[in-house]
Write a protein that binds this ligand. Structure first.
Ligand code: GLU
Length: 425
C-alpha cells in the first residue's frame, strides 16, 4: 500500500466502529436471544477519554489524548491491550474493545473486553518521553483499572517495557507491587515466558488445525504476511520453523518478496535495527497492496484494521486468509472473499493466543507461581485447538463461514452470562 492509500485506510477508522457493530448485529439477529442484550452489547459499558500533559525533552509540554474503552464485563474483569498510534481515536478503541469481548469469550477466558490507546507516534518519542507519557496515561486511567477490574496488555506500538511502567506506576500509587494489574510484562518482572510470541504461536496453531481438516500439511505452503511487528514477526518465524515458505513480508512503508523464501531471522534483524525493510538486500521490493494480492496460498494480515477492503478483496489470490490483526477485513470485503470461496479464519479466533497467555500471566502473577515454557505452550495449544474445534463444529452444523460460527459461540456465551446475572438494581 502506498502512503496515500495508508492515509485513506486511516480515514476509514471512523467506520471501524460501525464495522465491528455490523459484524455483531448480523449474527445477533440470527440468534434466538432476548433483544434486550442486543442493545446492552451494542455499545461499550464505559469509555474514558483523558488528556496527558507530558514534558518533552526540549522542555516544552505536549498534551496527548488517551482513551480506555470497556465494552462488557459479564464474564469477568475487563481485559485488552493499550495501543500507541497516530490513528488512535474513540471509535477505534470502542470497536477493538468489542472485538476483545468476543475474543475472550470464544477462547473461554474469564474476562470481558477492553482496549485503550494514546494518540501519538511512538517511533518519534524518546525513551524518556515514552516513559513519562505511559506513566501519566496510567495515572489518568488508574481509577478504572486494577487486577480485579481491568487488566491492560501490549498492543500496536507498545511492548513489555511500556507494561513495566504501567506496573510500576500502578504499584507506586497503591503502595505495593501488584503483578496482576497488567500482562505482557518482561519475564524478569513477573511476566510469563512465551507471552511475547504467543499471538504468533496462536496464529500458527489455528492455521495448522484448519489445514488438518483439509488433510493438508503446513509444509511447503506459500505464505504472505502483512505487518512485521510483534505478531507478524513471530508468526513468520514459527511458520517458517514448521516448514512453510514465507514469500512476502511488508511493514508500514516497504516490503520484500522472495519466491524462494525469505530468511525471516535476517529480515527481522534488519527491521529491528532500521525500523523498516527499505533497501533490504535480498528478494524484490513489494508494496502493501502488491503483497495483499500476490500469488500465495495463505495471506496473513497482521498489521492494523481495515486493510483488506472491498477494492483489494476481489484481487486476493490466496485461498486462506488468517486474520492475525484485529479487524483487518471490512464487512464488504468479507462478503467478497466468501463469494470467491476464500476461507477466512477470523481475528477473534486466530489472534487469541496473545490474550490467552496474558490470562496465564495474570493467574501466575496472582499466585506468585510461575510456569515453564513447555507448560505455557502446551496449555496454549490446548485452548487454541479446543476453540478451533468448537468453531469448526459450529460452522459445519450451521453451514456457515468461520466468522459467523465464532461470533455465534462468543455472543451466546456473553449473552448467557448477562442473562444469568440479570440487571442491577
Ligand atoms: N492486544 C492483544 C489483543 O489484541 C492482547 C490483549 C491482552 O493480552 O490482554 O488480543
Amino acid at each position: 500500500m502506498e502512503n496515500t492509500d495508508l492515509l485513506r485506510a486511516k480515514s476509514s477508522h471512523a467506520e471501524f466502529w460501525q464495522h465491528a457493530h455490523q459484524y455483531f448485529d448480523r449474527v445477533y439477529q440470527t440468534m434466538n436471544l432476548d433483544p434486550i442484550w442486543r442493545e446492552v452489547l451494542a455499545s461499550p459499558k464505559r469509555v474514558l477519554a483523558v488528556s496527558c500533559p507530558v514534558k518533552m525533552d526540549d522542555g516544552k509540554i505536549q498534551v496527548f489524548t488517551g482513551y480506555r474503552a470497556q465494552h462488557n464485563n459479564a464474564r469477568g474483569p475487563f481485559k485488552g491491550g493499550i495501543r500507541f498510534d497516530v490513528s488512535v481515536n474513540r471509535d477505534e478503541v470502542m470497536a477493538l474493545a468489542m472485538l476483545q469481548t468476543w475474543k475472550n469469550a470464544l477462547v473461554d477466558l474469564p474476562f470481558g473486553g477492553a482496549k485503550g490507546g494514546v494518540v501519538c507516534d511512538p517511533k518519534k518519542l524518546s525513551f524518556g518521553e515514552k516513559e513519562r507519557l505511559t506513566r501519566r496515561y496510567t495515572s489518568e486511567i488508574l481509577p478504572i483499572i486494577g487486577p480485579a477490574h481491568d487488566i491492560p496488555a501490549p498492543d500496536a506500538g507498545t511492548d513489555a517495557q511500556v507494561m513495566s511502567w504501567v506496573l510500576d506506576t500502578y504499584s507506586m500509587m497503591v503502595g505495593h507491587q501488584e503483578l496482576g494489574v497488567v500482562t505482557g510484562k518482561p519475564v524478569h518482572l513477573g511476566g510469563s515466558v512465551g507471552r511475547e510470541e504467543a499471538t504468533g504461536r496462536g496464529v500458527m496453531y489455528v492455521l495448522r488445525a484448519f489445514l488438518a481438516t483439509q488433510h493438508k500439511p503446513l509444509e511447503n505452503t506459500r505464505i504472505a504476511i502483512q505487518g512485521f511487528g510483534n505478531v507478524g514477526f513471530h508468526a513468520a518465524q514459527l511458520l517458517d520453523e514448521m516448514g512453510a515458505t514465507i514469500i512476502g513480508i511488508t511493514e508500514r512503508k516497504s516490503g520484500i518478496f522472495d519466491e524462494n523464501g525469505i530468511d525471516v531471522a535476517a529480515a527481522g534483524l534488519y527491521y529491528r535495527e532500521r525500523g523498516d525493510l527499505v533497501d533490504y538486500p535480498h528478494g524484490d521490493a513489494i508494496t502493501n497492496e502488491e503483497l495483499l494480492t500476490c500469488d500465495c496460498d495463505i495471506l496473513i494480515p497482521a498489521a492494523m484494521e481495515s486493510t483488506v477492503t472491498a477494492e483489494v478483496a476481489p484481487h486476493i489470490k490466496a485461498r486462506i486468509v488468517v486474520e492475525a490483526a484485529n479487524g483487518p477485513t471490512t464487512p464488504d470485503a468479507d462478503e467478497i472473499l466468501r463469494d470467491n470461496g476464500v476461507t477466512v479464519l477470523p481475528d477473534i479466533l486466530a489472534n487469541a493466543g496473545g490474550v490467552t497467555v496474558s490470562y496465564f500471566e495474570w493467574v501466575q502473577g496472582l499466585q506468585n507461581f510461575f510456569w515453564s515454557a513447555e507448560e505455557v505452550n502446551n496449555e496454549l495449544q490446548k485452548i487454541m485447538d479446543r476453540a478451533f474445534a468448537a468453531v469448526n463444529a459450529k460452522a459445519d452444523e450451521a453451514d456457515c463461514d468461520y466468522r459467523t460460527a465464532a461470533y455465534t459461540i462468543a455472543i451466546s456465551r456473553v449473552a448467557e452470562a448477562c442473562r444469568l446475572k440479570g440487571l442491577f438494581p
